[in-house]
Design a binder for this molecule. Structure first.
Ligand code: ADP
Ligand code: MG
Length: 600
C-alpha cells in the first residue's frame, strides 16, 4: 500500500505529555506503548548509560536528580532568557549562550522523547519510520520552531512539517467540514501552559486569526493549589520540605483527575511523615473552590483573543477543548460561559493535537485526501530603516509560506556597507522590537541614494525565516542564517508584545510621524538653502518671505519635537518651494538644451 511505503507519523511533543500516531489503512490512529498507554509523559531519566523516557522516568523524579521534565519550556531559548525562570531543573549556560540541562541541550532531551515515540511506533507497525510532522504552540517563534525541527532530526526523523497545535486540534475535531468562513476557538489547557486561539477557515484552509495565553499556567498550578490546601487540612503548621511538596502534588494530581469523573475522592498517604498518615475525602465542590482562582485566570485571555481576532463569541461556529486540564468540569463550564456555547466534546482533549498531526502527516504522504493547512506569522517581521524606524516586510498574521521584498538605498554618500537588522514585533520604532539577527551587506561606494540593496524575507511552511540581501549592482547575495537561539526574548514577552503595541499605539505613531517628518526636513532644508542662493532674484518677494517663514517654522517645530506641527510645517515648506522647484527644473532643461545645441 502506498501509505505503507512512506509513513509520515504525527507527533504532539508536549510540555507534560507526548503522543504519536500514523494513518493506517486510511484511518488516523494513535499508537500505544507496551503497557497500552497512548500518552507518554515528557520525562527523561538518565540512569547511567541508560536513557528511560515516560512514566518510568517520571516515577524517578522524587528520587533521582537525573530526571528532566518540561524541557519544552527551554526549546530555542538563550540562557539569558530563562536565568530567572523558576524551574526545578538545574539550568546552565552553554559556551554559545544557549542552555544546558544535565550537560545536554534542550533539543537533545526532546530528541530522546521523540526517539522513544519513534521506537514505539516502529514496534507497533513492524516497520521503520523515517518521516514526521511535529506540532508546536502557535506562539512559538522561529528559534523555538527550529529547535523542535532539530530535535526531530536528532531522533533520526525527517521533519516534513511543523504545525501549530490549535490548527492540528481543529483538524482532529473535523472542523474543516464546517465549510468556508467558519470560525472556531481552540481552548488548550495542558499541564504547564494555557493558550487559546481563534481560527478561520478560508478557501478550504485554516488560518490562525489570533492567539493568546499564559506559558506559566496549567494543571501543575491546580495540583499545587490543591496540595497546599490538603496540607492545611492536615492541621500541621510546619513547612513542607521540597520533596514532600513534590510528593503531595503528585497525590493531589490523582485526586484532581478522579474528581473529573467522581463526586468525591479519598486521599490516603500512609507514612507521609514518620508518624503522620494523611487521610482526607475531597469533594468536587471543595476542589472547585480551592482551584477556582487558577481556572479563572484563563478567562481574560479568552476575551483578549476574541478581541484580537476581531470576532465576538456569537460569530463562532464551534469551540473545542484541548489539553488534559479541560477534562475538569469547572473548566468546561467556564468555557461555555465565556464563549456562550457548549464546547465540542467529541475528541479526547489530550489526544486531539496528536490526532491532527497524524491527519496532516497522512495528507502529506498521500494516505488521506487533500486538506491543506496554513499557519500565520504570530508577529510582524521587518528591518530597521532610516531614523530607527521599523519597516514591516511581512505583517503579523500573514499566511505562510510567504515571501516579501523591498529595495533599500544608502543614506550617506560613499557608504560601503549597510547593516540590515532583522526585527520582529509590533512597535513603530526599531528599538522597541526584537532583533532576530543582522547582516552587513557590502556594496560599491555610491552617491547618496544610488546604491540599491534588495532585501527579501522568505518564510517556509514550517515558519522558518530566511533573509536574503542582494546588491543589485554586483548581484552579490548575502544570506542571513538566523541563529537558532538568537531570539533574546521569553514567551511572556511574545504575548506582551501585542498588547504593548496597543498600549503605546499613540506614542509610537507620534514618534513615527515625527521621525518621518524630520527625515524629510533634513533633506529639504539644505536643498532650499542652496536654491535660495541661486534663485533669490527670480522669486517674487512674497515667495521669498513665505519660504523664510516656513523654513523658520520647520526649524522651531523640530526643536519643539512636536510631531504633528513638524509634519504640517514640512508640508507648508514643500508647497512654498513649489515655484522654486519649477524654476530649477526649467533651468536644468534650458541648460541641457543649450548643451546639446553647442554639441551639434
Ligand atoms: P501538555 O501540557 O503536554 O499539552 P496534556 O494536554 O496532556 O499536556 O495535559 C496534562 C495535564 O492534564 C496534567 O496537568 C494532568 O494532570 C491533566 N489531566 C489529565 N487528565 C485529567 C483529568 N481527568 N482531570 C483533570 N486534569 C487532567
Ligand atoms: Mg498540549
Amino acid at each position: 500500500m502506498a501509505s505503507e511505503a512512506h509513513d509520515i507519523v504525527g507527533i504532539d511533543l508536549g510540555t507534560t505529555n507526548s503522543v504519536i500516531g500514523v494513518v493506517e489503512s486510511g484511518f488516523p490512529i494513535l499508537l500505544a506503548d507496551a503497557n497500552g498507554s497512548r500518552i507518554t509523559p515528557s520525562a527523561i531519566h538518565y540512569d547511567g548509560d541508560d536513557v528511560v523516557v515516560g512514566a518510568d522516568a517520571l516515577r524517578q523524579r522524587g528520587i533521582s536528580r537525573q530526571v528532566v521534565t518540561s524541557v519544552k519550556r527551554f526549546m530555542g531559548k538563550r540562557y539569558s532568557e530563562v536565568a530567572d525562570e523558576d524551574s526545578h531543573l538545574k539550568v546552565e549556560q552553554a559556551a554559545d549562550g544557549g542552555i544546558l540541562i544535565l550537560g545536554r541541550k534542550p533539543e537533545e532531551h526532546s530528541a530522546e522523547i521523540i526517539a522513544t515515540l519513534k521506537r514505539l511506533a516502529e514496534a507497533q507497525l513492524g516497520r521503520e519510520v523515517k518521516q514526521a510532522v511535529i506540532t508546536v504552540p502557535a506562539y512559538f517563534n522561529d528559534a523555538q520552531r527550529q529547535a523542535t525541527k532539530l530535535a526531530g532530526e536528532l531522533a533520526g526523523l525527517e521533519v516534513m512539517r511543523i504545525v501549530s497545535e490549535p490548527t492540528a486540534a481543529a483538524l482532529a475535531y473535523g472542523l474543516d467540514k464546517l465549510g468556508d468562513s467558519s470560525k472556531v476557538a481552540v481552548y488548550d489547557f495542558g499541564g504547564g501552559t494555557f493558550d487559546v486561539s481563534v481560527l478561520e477557515m478560508r478557501d478550504g484552509v485554516f488560518q490562525v486569526l489570533a492567539t493568546d495565553g499564559d506559558t506559566q499556567l496549567g494543571g501543575d498550578d491546580i495540583d499545587h493549589a490543591l496540595a497546599q490546601w490538603i496540607w492545611q487540612q492536615a492541621g500541621d503548621a510546619s513547612e513542607l520540605q521540597a520533596y514532600e511538596l513534590d510528593r503531595l502534588q503528585g497525590e493531589a494530581r490523582k485526586v484532581k483527575e478522579s474528581l473529573s469523573k467522581e463526586e468525591t475522592h479519598s486521599l490516603q498517604i500512609p507514612f507521609f511523615r514518620e508518624n503522620l498518615h494523611l487521610e482526607l475525602a475531597v469533594t468536587q465542590e471543595q476542589f472547585e473552590r480551592v482551584v477556582a482562582g487558577v481556572i479563572q485566570r484563563t478567562e481574560s485571555h479568552c476575551r483578549r483573543v476574541l478581541n484580537d481576532a476581531g470576532v465576538e463569541s456569537v460569530d463562532l461556529d464551534a469551540v473545542v477543548l484541548v489539553g488534559g486540564s479541560t477534562r475538569i468540569p469547572a473548566v468546561r463550564r467556564l468555557v461555555e460561559r465565556v464563549f456562550g456555547m457548549k464546547p465540542d466534546l467529541s475528541q479526547h482533549p489530550d489526544e486531539a493535537v496528536a490526532l491532527g498531526a497524524v491527519i496532516q502527516g497522512g495528507v502529506l504522504s498521500g494516505a488521506l485526501r487533500d486538506i491543506v493547512l496554513l499557519d500565520v506569522t504570530p508577529l510582524s517581521l521587518g528591518i530597521e530603516t532610516f531614523g530607527g524606524l521599523m519597516n514591516v516586510l511581512i505583517p503579523r498574521n500573514t499566511t505562510i509560506p510567504c515571501k516579501a521584498g523591498e529595495m533599500f538605498t544608502n543614506a550617506v554618500a560613499n557608504q560601503k556597507e549597510m547593516c540590515v537588522r532583522v526585527l520582529q514585533g509590533e512597535r513603530e520604532m526599531a528599538r522597541d522590537n526584537w532583533e532576530l539577527g543582522q547582516v552587513n551587506v557590502l556594496f560599491e561606494p555610491a552617491r547618496k541614494g544610488q546604491a540599491r540593496v534588495g532585501v527579501q524575507f522568505a518564510i517556509d511552511e514550517n515558519g522558518i525565516l530566511e533573509v536574503l540581501a542582494r546588491d543589485t549592482q554586483t548581484g552579490k547575495d548575502t544570506l542571513l542564517q538566523i541563529d537558532s537561539a538568537a531570539v533574546d526574548v521569553d514567551d511572556q514577552a511574545v504575548e506582551d508584545m501585542v498588547s504593548e503595541s496597543v498600549d503605546y499605539a499613540f506614542d509610537d505613531m507620534a514618534e513615527r510621524v515625527f521621525t518621518e517628518a524630520k527625515l524629510k526636513a533634513e533633506e529639504l532644508l539644505p536643498a532650499v538653502d542652496v536654491a535660495m542662493q541661486q534663485l533669490q532674484e527670480e522669486l517674487s518677494e512674497q515667495d521669498v518671505v513665505e519660504i523664510h517663514a516656513s523654513v523658520e517654522e520647520v526649524r522651531q517645530a523640530m526643536v519643539a519635537g512636536e510631531a504633528n506641527r513638524l509634519k504640517a510645517a514640512v508640508q507648508v515648506l514643500d508647497k512654498a518651494t513649489e515655484q522654486m522647484a519649477a524654476i530649477l527644473v526649467e533651468k536644468a532643461m534650458e541648460a541641457a538644451l543649450m548643451q546639446s545645441l553647442e554639441e551639434n
